[in-house]
Write a protein that binds this ligand. Sequence first.
Ligand SMILES: [Fe+2]
Length: 476
Amino acid sequence: MPALTPPWPMSNPSRWCCLTDFSQHGLIWWLKRALMMVWLILRGFNWKINDGAGRNMSVEDADAPVAGSEYSFFFDRQAYTDANPDVLSNGMDPMIHWITYGRDEERRGVRKNYYAPFFDAEYYFRIYPDVRGLVDEGRYASAAEHWKMTGLGEVAAGRRSLDPRFDVASYLARRPDIAIAIGENNLIGIYDHWLSWGRHELGLADNIAASIISSEKAAFWQENGYIILEGVFSKTRCDALNQRIDHLWQNRADGRLGVSIDVNIDREGARRIPFAEASDDEKYRPYKLNDLVMHDEMVADTALDPLLCEALGWVLDDQPVAIGSLNFERGSTQEFHTDTLYMPGETPGGMTAAWIALEDVSIQAGPLFYYPGSHNIPLFLFSDGRPNQRLEEFQQYRDHMYGHVAQMQLMPEVFLPKQGDVLIWHERLFHSGGAIKDMSLTRKSLVVHYWRFADMRAKNLMSHGGGYFWNRPPLT
Ligand SMILES: [Fe+2]
């Protein structure tokens, strides 16, 4: 348990004056807050914070993996104090202020960077026209934020009506997996899925291409170098893919797949071997199973899913070609790097990658870390004038990257996805696999790298789903 010492600086004891100002609030209000403070102290300040997508994480957990990081990866102190300047005069840590007071007072500016990328703001404004005014006033950062933070609760409480175009029976008939994942009697949950995703997945949206990457999302990508797509793949589909990987492991000895596997990655005994020769033990240590996108239809269906390819196509400004895939069952523990070290595109911005969560990821399982904005760090070229890694010069690369991280004052964030979420990142985003705190925890994922179609005209390409894959020999 953490110490009972409050986790904000103690240099300003006068901050407590705000707690004893009875002139602004009634006695009941203060009694509620006093009880809340006692409860929080008894819990040892193991705060639970919400990331804006309905997920809770502990501050203790969030703080653990990165020395000197903020308490929360999701709470935006700057945005909160910008929106609520009185918080600064209290001297209280902004996040503590929000937990203690701001949340009840419905203060704005909490959310950091989470949104539903397929959420159609224009459509939402049409069915709930009052929200446009709230967003214009700055009460909410976006229509998606209003929906997740307020609208969903209002629908559940009967204060906001369901869209009359939503028909639960026909939706469940077209997506039976939703009934399994969400529960067929959970009308609000099913409506949430339909409004946020289903309209697009089933081609029901008014304007699919224009709304997958909105101007807001485009701006986020430009500034941060990544986007998160929530719930792209259903539980049914992820579970089936995980079963498929288990099946391939069970039948690997027949050698029909012909792919390779990197075992004991980033530790002693690391090596690449034919998958057919992997031992049973190696499944339970960090590994990368290579190239299944070219050799397994279910993996290819996922990597080149048409909806995912629409987003990738926007990122690349061309049709995506999967040039390789990696299936993980545990974290990679790979140190911070940019993927241009290994597979730079032929043209600047000509490569991107997708990290597809095949199960919920815990912070103890070695999740993905990244520095938002690090894609703006100038590309490091090795002595041969290329971005491809030369091991003997790797320290110069590190110095270049960390020097710019410090100069640009970038802070790491962590990707703690739910099953089916996808993170798409820029070819120059500086990222790593976090330390695995509990080796019994899995972090099943599919990572795919893509190049531009226009850069691969001379290659043997196979059309699949919404894009292509490079039909090349397996890595050896
Ligand atoms: Fe990477």
